[in-house]
Design a protein. Structure first.
Length: 341
């Protein structure tokens, strides 16, 4: 390499380095990424951190937008979204991943009509024995999968311009199979470049704690991780272990018949000193593609109509309730890189 080329190469490398630093600084600016674009995290307000509008459990090989009428889904879902907006909810996190019915354009349309902020994910769902994984998820490396998810983060999903607001994973009960360990590493590497939080459907506490250990190996704090469906784990000690790592422990099975049990889960976390790591939601909605009229669409309104009053009756203060339904989700979904301390 001659002197001129060396100088040119050095200048280019310097510019690239500065550009990367600039982009990294921009990515670290506090924000949440909704289907209509970024907002300051504090504008999330009262939030439902785990719900669904549309799901299609046909499997990755057959999943297609041709299988449903987006206008019909819109008509069914919109009244339910307007209802929670009237209750004071400001943000809904739609946790349907790719190959399971994710439709960013539909969610943007519903967000515009309802006035709700809505988040949609990148990432892959490995639960269900891998039925919902595309073939390339089995053959590509963690870095190759991370590159796919980062393309969605940087350029939008499938030409819609909608950027993901978090990473969704899914695993059956532990121990984790190798393909899911790879997915967790891919999510960790995506997080390091994007700051997107990882929300992981976990079949049990063994799966969740193994995923947290992988994140630790990748140099990340537990605060980059949401343990989805923690309410299905009967061993409260695992909830505490996850919270001690900094993880978000999500009790997302709230429904009319589950109010009492979920109040007790919250009280247990309060007694353990970890109320600040708890997220609450319904895991409701679920327009089922393939069923007439989408089947039975479950409302998203129990948390505000029944659960919050039950928390107050159980002795939680207004500040504690606000932490659970507004401040914790705001902190959990704020886009920022979370390295291990």
């Amino acid at each position: 390499m001659n002197r001129r080329d060396a100088l040119r190469f050095g200048l280019a490398a310097g510019i690239t380095s500065l550009t990367r630093k600039h982009l990294r600084a921009a990515d670290e600016k506090p924000r949440a990424m909704t289907v209509r674009g970024p907002i300051p995290p504090e504008e999330m307000g009262q939030t439902l951190p785990h719900e669904h509008v549309l799901v299609d459990f046909v499997g990755a090989k057959e999943a297609s937008r041709d299988r449903y009428d987006a206008d019909e889904v819109y008509r069914v879902a919109l009244p339910h979204l307007k209802r929670v907006r009237e209750q004071g909810i400001r943000t809904l996190v739609d946790c349907t991943p790719a190959y399971l019915g994710r439709d960013p354009a539909l969610l943007r349309r519903l967000s515009e009509s309802s006035g709700l902020n809505i988040l949609t994910p990148t990432g892959y769902y490995g639960a269900g024995g891998g039925k919902f994984l595309p073939d390339h998820a089995r053959t590509e490396s963690s870095d190759e999968l991370a590159a796919r998810w980062l393309r969605e983060w940087r350029g939008g999903i499938e030409g819609t311009g909608v950027r993901p607001g978090f990473i969704k994973l899914g695993a059956d009960a532990g121990p984790l199979p190798e393909v899911h360990r790879k997915l967790v590493r891919a999510a960790a590497r995506t997080h390091r470049e994007s700051g997107l939080t990882i929300a992981a459907h976990s079949g049990d506490g063994v799966a969740a704690l193994e995923a947290l250990e992988i994140l630790r190996e990748e140099g990340l704090s537990g605060s980059a991780f949401i343990w989805v469906h923690a309410n299905t784990e009967p061993d409260h000690r695992r909830h505490v272990r996850a919270a001690e790592s900094g993880a978000w422990v999500e009790f997302d099975g709230i429904g009319p018949k589950e109010v009492g049990r979920h109040v007790q889960l919250v009280r247990s976390m309060k007694q353990a000193g970890h109320l600040g790591r708890v997220l609450l939601s319904h895991d409701a909605g679920w327009f089922h593609d393939g069923e007439p009229g989408g089947g039975s669409f479950r409302p998203y309104d129990t948390l505000m109509a029944e659960f919050v009053p039950a928390l107050r009756e159980a002795g939680l203060s207004e500040a504690e309730v606000r932490r659970l339904i507004a401040e914790n989700p705001r902190d959990a979904f704020a886009v920022r890189v979370r390295p291990a301390c």
